[in-house]
Design a protein around this ligand. Sequence first.
Ligand code: NAD
Length: 256
Amino acid sequence: MEEIFDTIADEISRARSVAVFTGAGMSQESGIPTFRDAQTGLWARFRPEDLATLAAFLDDPPRVFAWYLQRLMSIRGVVPNDGHAAIASLDEIVESVDVITQNIDGLHARAGSASVFELHGSIERFRCVASGHAFPLDAVLELADGSDHVEPPACPACGALIRPGVVWFGEMLPEEAVAASWESAAKCDVMLVVGTAAQVFPAAELPSVAAAAGATIIEINPEPTRLSDWVGYRVPATAAMALPRLIDRLAPAGSS
Ligand code: NAD
């Protein structure tokens, strides 16, 4: 295992541009369940896919709104892990670093990463279903009472229901984040793929975009994924274990 860290540290030290593509496994060691874990918890009766659609929200707004409020409160109660911190410290080591995340938890920014593209939105931003009018987070937090049915507020501007600012199944990804992510994938020398099963499209295309443009793909995930057979390097370890070990080999002399 030590050898692979030396090899990939060498790849990264020669890179001018690194893209880090992350999924739910990135935040697992912060205590946020992945999709798979979520199916064993409080909401085991529901498939996340059945709650994470506009149709599900419109069918039963209080139930879906309450589910997101509970996720929001649990995310606010955790902190970035050593893996997030290691990724943030890449900013000091590599000329250009972009973090492209499928996570909605905001932990990369909280850890200090400067360039983060949130492909699936953020659980800390709310807006109305009709026109996308922004709704203040503070007003949402006042409604969080832990119950499993919470009536969503009405938009002060147009009266429509307020919804979480996450991308639901079947919805378009945010245009700006998509453009920036695809550009980053196409220009990077190395892409680190951390904690994603790479099954949710179109985000899951990004490693292929980077590979087609000549980047070296490094996968960090304790379990094999649909990418594992063709990536350049695969590290079968967790994010919070592997990433600090990698950064230790890269940190400029005198720092660590
Ligand atoms: P996924 O749940 O489908 O897959 C998680 C992957 O992470 C798996 O391959 C698993 O082996 C790996 N993993 C688990 N623990 C790990 C660890 N400690 N270190 C490294 N890897 C680990 O998640 P996905 O691929 O991100 O796709 C599911 C969708 O779920 C995404 O769209 C994402 O937006 C959403 N989601 C986000 C969060 C979050 O914001 N934290 C949490 C759950 C789901």
